[in-house]
Design a protein around this ligand. Structure first.
Ligand SMILES: [Zn+2]
Length: 152
């Protein structure tokens, strides 16, 4: 798959998640303008992010109540090989926040066993110039790219 195809597939998958759980992504800044949560994780982790959004919907019973009790994604990204989940918790009760943080921790741990590029079983690699969870195949690709770029 070339980069353009990959980018399109990624965009479509993310758009689908935003459409499935719209209330988790609606944010407004101080002057009432709509803002987009920054979701910048790779394709392999999107299905896990989808399940996580579903668990949040289940937790608040959003399907029946249409109420997310102030929950908003702010930023979801990969950093140092891990999943970083940031949400706006200002309007969320202490009790709910504790439960939500348990759900978040579960997913932060879960994705560490899956390649962030393709979602196949993977592990944390530190020898590619980046710290990333990759399957054997993407690890190999990453090592070869390094060899081409830096000759090592
Ligand atoms: Zn992979």
């Amino acid at each position: 798959m070339d980069y353009e195809d990959y980018f399109k597939k990624h965009e479509e998958a993310l758009a689908l998640i935003r459409k499935k759980y719209p209330l988790l992504f609606e944010r407004y800044n101080w002057n009432g303008r709509k803002m987009m949560a920054e979701i910048s994780i790779d394709f392999g982790w999107l299905p896990y992010f989808d399940s996580l959004c579903q668990e949040i919907y289940d937790f608040f019973n959003v399907w029946d109540t249409n109420n997310v009790h102030g929950f908003k994604w702010v930023q979801v990204k990969e950093k140092f090989g891990g999943l970083r989940l940031h949400y706006d918790s200002k309007k969320i009760s202490e009790k709910d926040r504790i439960e939500l943080d348990k759900i978040m921790s579960k997913y932060e741990k879960l994705v560490m066993d899956f390649c962030e590029k393709c979602g196949k079983p993977g592990k944390l690699r530190t020898d590619t110039g980046w710290i990333k969870v990759l399957c054997d195949e993407h690890h190999q690709i990453s090592l070869e790219r390094n060899k081409e770029l830096y000759g090592k």
